[in-house]
Design a protein around this ligand. Structure first.
Ligand code: AGP
Length: 356
């Protein structure tokens, strides 16, 4: 087993470090350099113009939120649902609808049930999965493989990054297509993830806050699913209380939980209206003496209000959310490591959840 971990103490850390390779595999052969288009061979016979619904659980649901947001920004009617809450008699689903199941394993019972229900209602179904010949891949009308390679750690890491990238490619295919800048930004992501993996601040931040009462994560737009994912990763491998919030929601309740013993991780990239609004929320928590950890490309002045900075390269907000998530994976890993947790097999959790 030690040989399989290639010198890393845990599969999770190994898989975090495999992300540049996983992302390159995800992109391979799918971008046509000559005419600047995305070419998904897996979906050559998918021709869809109607609404799109995503169904997924856990980390895959966070990736689905990210995919839905990209499509919405392109003017496509798209929505992400928790598979366990999806019911075809409550949401409008018919033969005009494409229902996309996002599932690393392809075996998650809740997601399979939602897909089957959607298929019965006449929808076209698509599995976005890591596992060739999984139930989801076999049962759906179409399959798009994320090509992350096997993931052993129960906590999903490289598969989340690969889902983000695959869903960005899917969104480009199902909408207007990417601009040249967007394509170049996508292609740069694997190398930028490598740059993030060379930084050491995440470990220092973990050491500083290993005894915190709770950990909060905030973000807007593409960074909202990253806030949710940062909190989920922290919960599942450290067993500590962690919550992710849409940054604008803080003042509607969660702010009451914020104290000097609850670090707030804020994802802020660029220097646009979205960044400025999140910085406004950062000031709200700073005023309550909460330690602020900014995950940022340094384009805005969020660093003025932060106690710690986890740097990422400057890219689009879409790419920035992939990079920011890598920093949060590292923080969760190092907190769990310091606490001596069973990182690869957290208590009560299974890699693939085959019951509803
Ligand atoms: C995340 O770290 C967990 N492993 C979990 O939330 C997982 O993403 C969820 O159970 C869905 O699994 P799937 O992608 O295989 O469907």
């Amino acid at each position: 087993e030690d040989a399989e971990k290639s010198g890393y103490d845990h599969y999770m850390l190994k898989e975090i470090h495999e992300q540049p390779k996983a992302l390159r595999q995800c992109l391979r052969g799918r971008i046509d350099d000559l005419d600047g288009t995305v070419d998904l061979e897996d979906l050559a016979d998918l021709d869809h113009e109607g609404p799109i619904q995503f169904v997924a659980c856990g980390t895959s649901y966070h990736a689905a939120l990210f995919g839905a947001e990209r499509l919405q920004r392109a003017g496509v009617r798209a929505q992400a649902f928790l598979a366990s809450e999806y019911a075809s008699d409550r949401v409008p689903v018919d033969d005009e609808t494409l229902v996309v199941g996002v599932t690393q394993s392809g075996e998650t019972a809740d997601t399979l049930r939602a897909l089957r229900e959607a298929a019965r209602a006449g929808a076209t179904t698509l599995a976005v999965t890591n596992t060739v010949a999984s139930s989801a891949a076999r049962e759906c009308d179409h399959a798009l493989y994320i090509r992350a390679g096997p993931e052993i750690g129960v906590a999903a890491t490289k598969t989340f990054a690969s889902q983000q990238l695959a869903l960005a490619l899917l969104a480009f295919t199902l909408s207007d297509g990417p601009t040249r800048e967007e394509l170049e930004a996508l292609r740069d992501i694997p190398g930028q993830v490598r740059t993030v993996l060379e930084t050491t601040e995440a470990r220092a931040v973990a050491e500083e806050y290993v005894d915190a009462d709770a950990y909060f994560f905030i973000g807007r737009g593409y960074h909202y699913p990253v806030a949710l994912e940062g909190a989920l990763k922290m919960k599942e491998i450290t067993y500590r209380h962690a919550e992710g919030f849409a940054a604008g929601e803080l003042k509607h309740g969660p702010l009451a939980l914020v104290t000097e013993d609850t670090p707030v991780f804020a994802v802020v990239t660029g220097d646009d209206e979205t960044a400025r609004k999140t910085i406004g929320n950062v000031k709200e928590v700073e005023a309550r003496d909460a330690p602020v950890v900014a995950i940022t490309d340094g384009e805005s002045d969020v660093t003025r209000y932060a106690d710690h900075v986890l740097e990422i390269p400057a890219v689009s907000d879409l790419g920035g959310s992939v990079l920011a998530n890598v920093q949060l994976q590292l923080v969760a890993y190092w907190v769990a490591n310091l606490l001596g947790r069973s990182i690869d097999k957290p208590r009560n959790l299974a890699k693939s959840v085959t019951v509803e």
